[in-house]
Each structure stands twice: as structure tokens, then as C-alpha cells.
Design a protein around this ligand. Sequence first.
Ligand code: TRP
Length: 453
Amino acid sequence: MEHKRHKFTSSLGFVLTAAGSAVGLGNIWRFPYLAAKYGGGMFLLVYIILVLTFGYSLMVAENSIGRMTGRSGLSAFGQLSKKWEFLGLLVTLIPMIILPYYNVIGGWVVKYMLAYITGAHTAAAGDTFFTDMLANPVQLIAFQVIFTALNVAVILRGVQKGVEKVSTVLMPVLILLAVIIAVFSITLDGAMEGVKYFFIPSFEHFSIQSVLGAMGQMFYSLSLAMGIMIAYGSYMPKDSDLEKNVGRIEIFDTGIAILAGLMIIPAVFAFSHGDSAALQKGPGLMFVTLPKVFESMPASTVVGSMFFILVLFAALTSSISVMETVVASLCDRLHISRVKSTLITGIGCIAVGAFPALGYNVLSGVHIFRFDILDFMDFVTNSVLMPVAAFLTCIFVGYVLGLDKIAEEVTDGGKFKFKRQKLFNVMIRYIAPVLLVVILISSILEGVGVIKF
Ligand code: TRP
């Protein structure tokens, strides 16, 4: 039996909570390093186009499915069609792979936060701080455990709503601080080159990889193709304008990603003097670059501490929202208590997360195709499983469920207009499925090293 769903009483409450889940390390940590790596302005342009067309359509579809069934991703598809129950399992599996390695990165945030709070800002800005952290398996796992334990503690005490409330207050503070940091970063010597690189698309930077990376990032950042937005849809009041809500979540999420890019990418140019190798840093980019920016600001201890505390909150609201759905599904399926279910989920996260953490030291010899363990988990989810889930969702919505059903849900019996219905129909039935197949095939071939772009 599905529990009675708590519904928000206002659209604003819904939008802020969904945005709290969407905005996290994806925006602040992942977006800037991908944009730096895959062509700056070109990546940004492709990303924005994808968010406005494909991301928009998929989010409308997922929120509608959630609202019409009143169910989470796991059971929503099965309720609409028995044959499609498997898709519920697939979209539930994806966040379960993401969560453990997300918690590893969350652990890095904890480590930096503690460094700043204890006044070690000079050490944190040093060249070896990040690599030393990765090289120390005990420390890395300890911080991953701390971050996971924070999640578990919040869920066990049932104070998710409290954390969400706090974070809706802290989010504007994060934005304000990010603006200040971005201004500093932009005014560093040589940073203007970086601003140009980030905003001006140049065709020589276009590659299949930028499209691929941008699409994976879109799923990741907007929490699409993993059942999360279906669950959130089930909390959306019926008389709330679904399309408008989707638009707001996208603006929020994309705005913060761009702001994060502005904090980090110009600084990379300023500190590396245009050396393109610096742009290829990958997952370490934010952690290596920002402490250097903080060093050049007054009161770096305060700025650094505040920044990492705020990022920690943003990360927690994302991971808690996912962990909570896993906990709830386990409770329902295995008929166990919430406490048991929470502990099992936490321990599972730590156990699975140990692999990506150890992949940087003890298991650094382990490579799956050309990836280390964390990158592999990231690749499998973002570049393989999410495109598959998104493809199947499009087919299901476009050809099985029928577009009329979605239109009915969006318009709430004629109360609202489906303003972008044409775009939605064409995206879901034709463009997105074709694009996804092309992307998926090239991404797998590239990932396993058969072709090189
Ligand atoms: N949207 C989240 C962010 O930008 C990331 C995210 C997506 C996530 N799926 C997840 C986090 C699953 C934890 C588990 O930060």
C-alpha cells in the first residue's frame, strides 16, 4: 500500500524543495569541470539548448507521471502499464549507484570545510592538499563516512523537512557568496580570457563529446531519468501550474551552475596563465582552484568556511532526498522498520562508496576501460543508464501512455494552457529518442575505447 502523500500547499514550496534536491554538487562541482574540459562557451550553449528543449520535455513528462499516479518512480510505471514495471526498477537503480560516489565527493567537501574552520586556509590552497587527500585511504573513507552519517542522522531523526527549510534560507546566502567570489575571480589578473572562454562559443570546440557531456550533465543536475522528479511530481498540488514550476526549477538550477562556472573557470585561466592542461583537470577542478581564489580574498578563513558549509548544505539536501526514497522503498518492499531500513541504506552506501574512494589510492591500479572507479560509476550512470532510461521514458510516454494523458495532467482539466505542447510532442516522440540512440552508441564506443573523438 502506498502511503498517503504529503502535498505541498503552494507552488513555491514545491519549487523550492525540488530545486533543493536538484541544486547540489552537480551544479557547483560537476558543471564547472565539464564546461572547462569540453569547450567552455560551446559546452554552455549546447547545455542551455538541451535544458530548454529536451530537459524541459522530460521534466514535464516525469512530473506529470508522478502527479497523475501519486507514486514514486519505482511503482509509477508499473501502475500505468504492467509491462513497463521494469522501467521503475531501472530508474530506481540509477540513483543507488550515484549516491555512494556522491557521498565520497560530499566527504571531500567536509574535509575542506574542516580545514577552513580550523584556519588551515594556506594549506588548503597548497598544490598538494588535494592529491594528499586522495592518497590517504583512511582519511578519505572517514570523510565519506561522516558525510553519509550526516544523511543517516537527518533521516533517522525525521528532520528532513527541517533541513530543507534551513537550506531554503541558506540557498540565497550561497548565491550571494557565490556572486562575491565570482566577482573576485573575474577581476583576477588574466581572468578575462576565462570569461571569454566560458561565454563565447567557438566552433573549434564543438565535439560529440561536448554534446555527450552536456546531456549527461543535464540529467544529473536536473535529477532526471532517475525517478526523482517522478517522486517530486507526486507531491505537486493538482492546481499548481506544472509547466511554470518546471521552468522555475530549470532557471534556478542552470543559474547556479553558470554562477559556479564564473567562480571557477576565470580563476583557472588566471592561475594557469592560459595553460590548457589546467582546463582538463576533471573532478578535482573546484577543490584545487577555489582555495587559490580564497587566498587572494580578504578574510579567506571566513569566506572558505562559509562557502564549504553552504555547499555542504546544498549537497546534503540532494543526497538526503535520494536516500530518503531508497529508505522508503526498502521499508515498503522488505516490510522492515524505518530505522533498520535507514541503517541498511547507510551501511550499503559506505560499503559501495569505499570502492570509488579507494580507487584513488589502494585500488589506483584498477581501471575499467580507461576510467578510475569513481569516473566509471559516473560514466555508467550519466552516459549509459540515464540515456537508456530517458529513451525508454520517451517511448513509454510518446507511444504507450499517449501524449494526451500528459496534456491532460499539465492543463489540469483546462485550468492551465500547455504552452509548449508542440515542442513537447516533437521532442518526446521524435527528436529525443533519435538523439539518445546516437548519443548512447557513440558514448559507449568512446567509453570502451573503440573510437576516439
Ligand atoms: N541533482 C543533484 C545535484 O546536482 C545530483 C544528483 C542527481 C544526485 N542524482 C543523484 C545526488 C542521486 C545523489 C543521488 O547535485
